[in-house]
Design a protein around this ligand. Structure first.
Ligand code: MN
Length: 228
């Protein structure tokens, strides 16, 4: 048996809707600019260029139902996204086979320190300090494929204090879920426990302490997340 020199970090697990079981997380991939209107609002050409990805850390996922305003920023933005959880993986997964690897889907947020991300973009540096901070990815329970099927359309909506800020439809994704899985698998060994955040529609913007974010994706329910 392996003798650990320090205490082992805990395995990050996510709740599964209507189940006692938990979903263990291995990696978190996030796609950038996957809705044309959001690419435009960020100053980019929405044409179908190859997708690009960044990662968050498994323990950035947060299921507490609250978002603590993070340090070292004065411009934190919400981005509502659908999370895709994998039950199996592999290399060079064909688009036609990709959905067979999906365990389920969840409602999630890719919270972003936009000011820090902007500085990093300008300097041509990686985005970690803008994206992969503590509790930067609030996420709801995973809904299994058995219970909700595969979601390729459905309304996506984020409100702040009851005002609609983001709205779109899953069918507006530039890169669809099977394409994202296939593309990632050409570059990485995908595996059980991987989670993919599938991009945000337009309308991103800042929140402040005291705001309440209300997010919903048709088929995945809704969440109410106060900023504390
Ligand atoms: Mn995002």
């Amino acid at each position: 048996m392996t003798k650990l020199a320090i205490q082992a970090p805990p395995v990050v697990t996510l709740p599964i809707a209507s189940s006692e079981e938990m979903f263990p997380v291995r990696r978190v991939y996030c796609i950038g600019r996957n809705y044309a209107a959001h690419a435009l609002e960020m100053g980019h050409d929405p044409d179908r260029e190859p997708p690009f990805f960044f990662q968050k850390n498994p323990n950035n996922l947060d299921t507490t139902g609250e978002f603590p305003y993070p340090p070292k920023t004065s411009d934190v933005h919400y981005e509502i996204e659908m999370a895709v959880a994998l039950k199996t993986g592999g290399h060079n997964i064909a688009v036609a086979d990709a959905l067979n690897h999906v365990f389920g889907y969840a409602l999630s947020l890719d919270m972003t320190r936009r000011d820090l991300q902007g500085e990093q973009k300008k300097a041509g540096r990686p985005w970690e300090i803008g994206k992969a901070f503590e509790r930067s990815a609030p996420i709801g329970p995973i809904h299994t494929v058995e219970s909700v099927g595969h979601l390729d359309s459905g309304r996506v909506e984020l409100k702040v204090n009851d005002e609609v800020k983001q709205e779109g439809d899953l069918n507006q994704m530039i890169w669809k879920v099977p394409e994202m899985i296939s593309y990632l698998s050409d570059y990485f060994e995908m595996a059980a426990g991987d989670v993919i955040l599938s991009g945000t529609p337009s309308g991103v913007g800042p929140i402040v302490k005291g705001d309440v974010m209300q997010v919903s994706v048709e088929g995945l329910g809704s969440m109410r997340i106060p900023v504390v």
